[in-house]
Design a protein around this ligand. Sequence first.
Ligand code: ARG
Length: 579
Amino acid sequence: MNTLKHTLNQLVGDALSNVSGLADCDPNVITASKPEFGDYQSNGIMSIAKKVAVNPRQLASDVVEKITADANPLIAKLEVAGPGFINIHLSDTALMQRASEIQNDTRKLIPTTNKVDKIVVDYSSPNLAKEMHVGHLRGTIIGDCLARVLERQGHEIIRQNHVGDWGTQFGMLISYMRELSVSQGDLPTQLADLESFYRAAKERFDADPEFADTARGSVVKLQGGDADHLIVWQQFIDESLKHCQALYDKLNVTLSRKDLKAESFYNKDLEGVVKKLEEASLLSISNGARCVFLPEFTGKDGEPLPVIIQKTDGGYLYATTDLAAVQFRSFDLKAERSLYVVDARQSLHFQQVFAVGREAGFASENISLEHIAYGTMMGSDGRPFKTRSGDTIKLVDLLDEAIRRAHELVSKKNPGLDETTYLEIAEKVGIAAVKYADLSKNRTSDYVFDWSSMLSFEGNTAPYLMYAYARIRSILRKQNSGLEGVQITSLSEVAERNLLLKIMQLAEVTDMVARDCYPNLLCNYLYELAGMFMRFYESCPILKADAQLRDSRLALSALTAATLHQGLDLLGIETLEKM
Ligand code: ARG
């Protein structure tokens, strides 16, 4: 099954080609911008008319005539409007037929793609030296949403958690660990809190020059493959990854250990990266370091900007590893798309890596490299979100606080439940609120983190949507004869028809999210869908209507619930049957 928009684009496109004589016409069918324009409108006629030098209104009316002559059952009415638009009104019967097909198998709400792509989604990717903090939230949940959406469409998704596990700070951490571990194989107890472990190691490093020397020596030993150092390093990495996994689980994020492709994985390829750049005559020496200069990258004063590949001491850089990763994703994984869900402040880095990657042949011809950039989460003071004392906030603390606040909220809103129920609700609502508040913002902008708006039951929030879902489920529970085989047979009320049409557009929204990678489009859609349900519920009695109408409205309600459920699931948000 194709989406309505896709079907209409084909239908109008074919008719347009037929009457204009031009192959592959894009009729540019979109959802109608106003209700009086019908359900969809075709905006592409004017530009085709220009190409074939005919009057656009005439062309539009020829297209209308052609489609009408073919009597497509999907179409109720077509109108030529303005300078050459076509307004499209869909047939109620066709909509209801489509609905019954979807009802039988609600996975059809989002049809499977005809062309399966292999898509790498690089997301979360924290540096393992420290615990995950609030700055890691956006990349983790935006990436997870995109992976879910693309996977749901039937694409082959390769999640890649490109964690930083090989920087110079590991020398310091390993030395400190070696100093602390009482006997071989034991983990220092201090490691339970990675953050304070890092701080303690740093203090030691700053205070004691002898320790600092050992630490610097440790990096060299580690990178040279010294067995002892590697064992300690591995212990540290394992411990760090456990922290990350606990957060992924808490956040309902689909990353696991098997998605790990740490920076150290590419160590073996870095020499080859340099060699390949050398062969392509792209390397030059600047201040002793090996660099690539591309003419399109210049600084403020027009001076050329380097991409540093190898430092004087032989050390490789972030960009070197990323070039190796481009190569791996292109030629080993053979991906068609590689998405990098990373902070917007790394834009220049990715532009450079992509450009050098293309220039030197690390990227295959058919791979699309896309930096899915996101802005910063701000505090109410308009600065990056920090504690009062200016420390970074641990992600785990933020999530626990969300759960605590959600607990307070639900016990106030719904007194008299038992504690286990409160805890279950609070955990889901708290996490959902934080995730939704983030996903519902345009990812490229910075946004202000605000507890009270994200935990509100009104407006475009997770509690509002989860509550709408639970409410529909409770209506459905009141009807005890079951919904088996019950069909939508009435669209005579505007609110009914609007709701059903909206339900069918979930697939169109996921198409857009899959293409442009903006999860907020899906959030807006779900918010509008819930609003349309509320309007339907207010204007169309359900349980009090006569039997056939009641059944039809129950079926429509059930389909709304299924749509909300699937949409929220794509955002990585779990629903509750009762709230
Ligand atoms: N570890 C990096 C950081 O914390 C992000 C890595 C993103 N992915 C990549 N392929 N560069 O900034």
